[in-house]
Write a protein that binds this ligand. Structure first.
Ligand SMILES: [Zn+2]
Length: 146
């Protein structure tokens, strides 16, 4: 795609088409995102419409490569119901990630202790709890301690 005045370099990946650790740190998403081959904000195109960038923050929590495509479409159209749904998911995830981070880093709990606590306290299914815990622990090591 050619650049013109209506398009700008993607403010999330800075025009690379993919998100690396520097982007993640700059946007303060260390506990949520992992470096990947595809920038979901510009859809790998390296540029975005100025209009889009002025409406949606480049650090938007929800716009990532592994989300429900239909919900993403509705969210990008700024449907109030989709925005509320995403906000609810975001609040849940922020609470969950902070909890896992706290238990692992400050309370020195191990993976299975954290999984057990999540199952007990938040009624998250075991498989999901394991996935969340693994993802946060991986993010702590790959995005924070490096
Ligand atoms: Zn991008």
């Amino acid at each position: 795609m050619k650049k013109n005045k209506d398009f700008i370099d993607c403010p999330r990946c800075l025009g690379k088409g993919y998100v690396d650790l520097n982007d993640i740190k700059r946007l303060r998403r260390e506990l949520y995102w992992e470096p990947g081959p595809h920038c979901a904000y510009c859809d790998g195109k390296k540029i975005v419409a100025f209009d889009f960038a002025s409406k949606i923050n480049p650090d938007d929590w929800f716009i990532t490569s592994d989300v429900d495509k239909l919900l993403l479409k509705r969210y990008l159209k700024r449907e109030p119901k989709a925005i509320r749904e995403v906000k609810k998911m975001e609040d849940f995830m922020v609470g969950l990630v902070n909890c896992i981070y706290h238990l692992y880093v400050n309370e020195d709990k191990n993976r299975s202790e954290i999984v057990d606590l999540l199952i007990k306290d938040s009624a998250v299914p075991k498989k999901e709890a394991e996935e969340y815990v693994d993802k946060v622990i991986r993010a702590i090591f790959s995005n924070l301690i490096k």
